[in-house]
Design a protein around this ligand. Structure first.
Ligand SMILES: Nc1ncnc2c1ncn2[C@@H]1O[C@H](COP(=O)(O)OP(=O)(O)OP(=O)(O)O)[C@@H](O)[C@H]1O
Length: 235
């Protein structure tokens, strides 16, 4: 479904992606992991067309998407930091996004799920961090798309919201969706991910199932297995 081929991205002298190759097949939950600053968000932004690589290509359903835009109608994206306009209410923002994206939406179901009915008239600038993240999640999941990209989706969520998020993600997977997630929360990865994609030194250092990673690193605990991979960078 998605292929990154020989992707190079540098910011000034800093090479963030350095000839990265990666294929993601359709359907399932893929956790994109790696140390802070390893390029996870940069990789996602390349796929979204928000960062333009210096070299390489990206294919979505076998078509190159570099500098093309229509494929973006087929995906949902949850940004790591949602910079919402502070003077709009939650309701106004939802209406604005619906107007910008004339696709069928199921926002009320999600508003009920995350208990946001009492926050709909509140200004976004006055919301707590966790409530903002719930709004972020509603905006991401209210449209039906085949590809869902979530950058640090658990940020600030309380345990109940976290349970709802996990259920939501699993439900989308059951519908055959492809879900890419970056996170540093290993319990979350353990619970939802089918495959791990581990970025290090601008390349994919590991791609495979959680059990394969545990076997490869000789470690039964995912957190330690990942720490083992990261520590190789500093060895
Ligand atoms: N627009 C930019 N200009 C300059 N440097 C950038 C830019 N965007 C990202 N970088 C740098 O690229 C590197 C990779 O950043 P990126 O946000 O992709 O990492 P990440 O793996 O998502 O990190 P984290 O786990 O901390 O969220 C970092 O060193 C970052 O400072």
């Amino acid at each position: 479904m998605i292929q990154f081929k020989n992707l190079h991205k540098r910011f000034g002298k800093l090479a963030v992606l350095d000839g990265l190759d990666l294929s993601i097949k359709k359907g399932g939950i893929f956790a994109i992991l790696g140390p802070n600053g390893s390029g996870k968000t940069t990789l996602i932004k390349c796929l979204l067309g928000m960062v333009i690589p210096q070299k390489g290509d990206i294919f979505y359903n076998d078509k190159s998407v570099l500098k093309k835009w229509s494929y973006r109608n087929e995906l949902n994206y949850l940004p790591q930091i949602a910079n919402f306009p502070p003077n709009l209410s939650v309701q106004e923002l939802i209406e604005m996004v619906k107007n910008l994206r004339p696709k069928e939406s199921n926002e009320q179901e999600l508003i009920d799920l995350f208990g946001l009915n009492d926050s709909l008239q509140k200004k976004l600038g006055n919301l707590s961090g966790g409530t903002k993240q719930k709004v972020n999640i509603v905006l991401t999941f209210m449209f039906d798309s085949n590809l869902i990209i979530l950058d640090e989706p658990t940020n600030g969520l309380d345990p109940i919201a976290l349970i709802h998020l996990k259920e939501l993600i699993k439900k989308e997977k059951e519908k055959g969706k492809t879900i890419l997630i970056t996170t540093h929360i290993m319990s979350f990865v353990n619970e939802v991910a089918d495959e791990i994609v581990f970025l290090l030194d601008g390349k994919i250092y590991f791609k495979g199932a959680i059990d394969e990673l545990k076997k490869q690193t000789n470690n039964d605990d995912l957190e330690h297995a990942i720490a083992n991979l990261i520590s190789k960078q500093y060895a």
